[in-house]
Write a protein that binds this ligand. Sequence first.
Ligand code: BTN
Length: 251
Amino acid sequence: CHELDTNFMGRKIEHFDTICSTNDYAKSIASESLDGTIIISEEQTKGKGRLGRQWHSKISEGIWMSAILKPNISPYKAPFITLIAGASIVSALNKLGVNSQIKWPNDIIINNKKVAGILTELSAEIERINYIVLGIGINVKTMEFSQEISEIATSLYKENYRISRVDIVRSIIVEFERLYLDYINKGLKESTLKICREYSAIIGKEIYILQGDSKELVKCIDINDQGNLVIKDNSDKTREIMSGEVSIRGV
Ligand code: BTN
């Protein structure tokens, strides 16, 4: 990947003007695609967020992309890939001068508002991953958000950061490959965890943990060596929360 300075990430990049969802398209071609294939679209007509939510993906306003990954690891180790993605986004943005943090495990925020999200979809058998589709959405130029999300969402432009989408994509891909190969080939989590801790938006803070209908106020203590969140609940008991189990809300 000469232009990108990577070994396999982005060795094939498919670019669309419009598509339903880059994640859905990536899933539909994943079995026949090379590891590291990237799908990117100017617009998504049915962009998907987590928990069945809609993801606003207007034309040229952001980075709407998905990567097809085929790591030779146990499916149980897949959730860590989301942390790697978060770490690479936050690290790339901060290198480009954007003061951003990770709200473990899926969101990137600026000034307490969400600027980017990650949607990881896994296809696996008992001990084998068929593929992972890693979807990344970053609001770059959006100035107006719909009423229901305008309080909680932001974009790089709204926060007065004018950076080209190409520079951001390039930087994320390079960063992602480094952290991903550390994990896949060497079993190394430290490089990712260091970034997740350093740029955490929630460590040391009170947060709400939302699970189904329940809402619990806890203190966030750390991200442990497995990548799980360590919290102290209201009876002063320390607990570990796995990603995928919960949603986190600031207080
Ligand atoms: C979230 O925070 O809820 C996750 C948002 C993920 C959005 C991206 S945009 C590219 C990819 N394709 C999709 O349909 N969703 C992801």
